[in-house]
Design a protein around this ligand. Structure first.
Ligand code: ATP
Length: 344
């Protein structure tokens, strides 16, 4: 289903939880709503679902304004973080419940349940009750139940939050595969950036009720439009005054300006490793962590601590080593502007 949202607003009392949010979603895409707690993600999802009224703005599904349609007429499936399965019902009864409400015939229900049990890998578990299932299995039942009535849009509110790390990982790739197979437009809420990056076609960063940026994970990582977004996606450190970095491009022209620096744009080495020593900063290694495929090096430059990755083939650095630090690129920002500076 193609979705269009224009100028969406929501107040709870005097508090504006959602501020002028607009976006468009192509059919079949998996969208991650990502942002800090209290930012308004769930409120946006609930308005799309029809579980919360809209103060202002339009929600358009497939060219049709649905603001005034009740949830059951919007063609959506909903999965919550805490399963919300019926405890006294078996797996197959949980899945078929919504279809019985919709008065599907017995034969059609039977076929649909069999199809979903297969799709969600629950064969053999049809007669079990929720308490006889693992967390991951229960969440797959919740998916099957949401998908049963053939919704056009799937809304997922922190679907993996209550599941332990290893299973969560498996469920994420399972969800990605399933959405690809079904081609169903899906939106999920998360505050976990790794989850959003790994699973979503597009991410929408929601902060303080506003949509800060929308794009593929890579686009957002590469071209963050605000310091908030830059700091929220990917690792980074903030240098409070970029002019303290003597070798870094034209940093001295920008006293008092903050800089956000990503690990992959920082290089550490001994003085002899650098052709143009004047473009580097002196630093001291603070910590070195082995990360399996590389070293993570934390280095002190002036009053700042920068982080960088270092290949295993290179000479091993130790805490206390005097090094030179080359910063290739940083995001600079002051109160009303942000821009990228290269070390040239
Ligand atoms: P989280 O990740 O913690 O779930 P969120 O980004 O989903 O956060 P929302 O749940 O949409 O954020 O909440 C946005 C703001 O609106 C919060 O400050 C919340 O306290 C407030 N809020 C949400 N629902 C209501 C309500 N029914 N009544 C009053 N305030 C509400």
């Amino acid at each position: 289903m193609h979705i269009e949202v224009n100028g969406l607003n929501k107040k709870f009392g005097e508090f504006q939880a959602v501020k002028d949010v607009s976006f468009e979603i192509e059919k079949g895409q998996l969208i991650g709503l990502l942002g800090p707690s209290g930012g308004g993600k769930t409120s946006i999802l609930r308005m799309l679902a029809g579980l919360e009224s809209v103060d202002d703005g339009d929600i358009v599904f497939h060219g049709k304004r649905v603001n005034d349609l009740p949830p059951q007429e919007r063609g959506i499936g909903f999965v919550f973080q805490n399963y919300a399965l019926f405890k006294h019902m078996t797996v197959e009864d949980n899945i078929s419940f919504g279809l019985e409400v919709k008065k599907w015939t017995k034969a059609k229900i039977k076929a649909r349940v069999a199809e979903l049990v297969e799709l969600t890998g629950l064969s053999g578990f049809e007669k079990r009750y929720p308490h006889q299932l693992s967390g991951g299995q229960r969440q797959r039942v919740a998916f099957a139940r949401a998908l049963a009535p053939e919704p056009q849009l799937l809304l997922l509110d922190e679907p993996f939050a209550a599941i332990d790390a290893k299973i969560r990982h498996e469920l994420r790739s399972w969800l990605r595969d399933m959405i690809d197979r079904l081609g169903i437009t899906s939106i999920f809420v998360t505050h976990d950036q790794d989850e959003a990056i790994e699973v979503a076609d597009q991410i929408m960063i929601i902060n303080k009720g506003r949509l800060e940026q929308k794009g593929t994970p890579w686009e957002i990582y590469k071209n963050p439009e605000s310091p908030f977004v830059a700091g929220f996606i990917g690792e980074s450190t903030i240098v409070d005054d970029v002019s303290s970095l003597k070798g870094f491009g034209h940093a001295s022209d920008w006293p008092g300006t903050k800089a956000l620096i990503r690990p992959e744009y920082v290089e550490v080495g001994k003085a002899a490793d650098f052709e143009l020593l004047s473009a580097t900063e002196p630093g001291r290694v603070r910590h070195v962590h082995f990360r399996g495929s590389e070293w993570l090096v934390e280095v002190e430059v002036g009053t700042s601590r920068l982080v960088t990755y270092r290949s295993l083939e290179k000479e091993i650095l130790h805490p206390g080593d005097e090094v030179q630090v080359l910063i290739h690129r940083a995001y600079l920002f002051n109160d009303n502007d942000s821009w990228v500076m290269e070390n040239k």
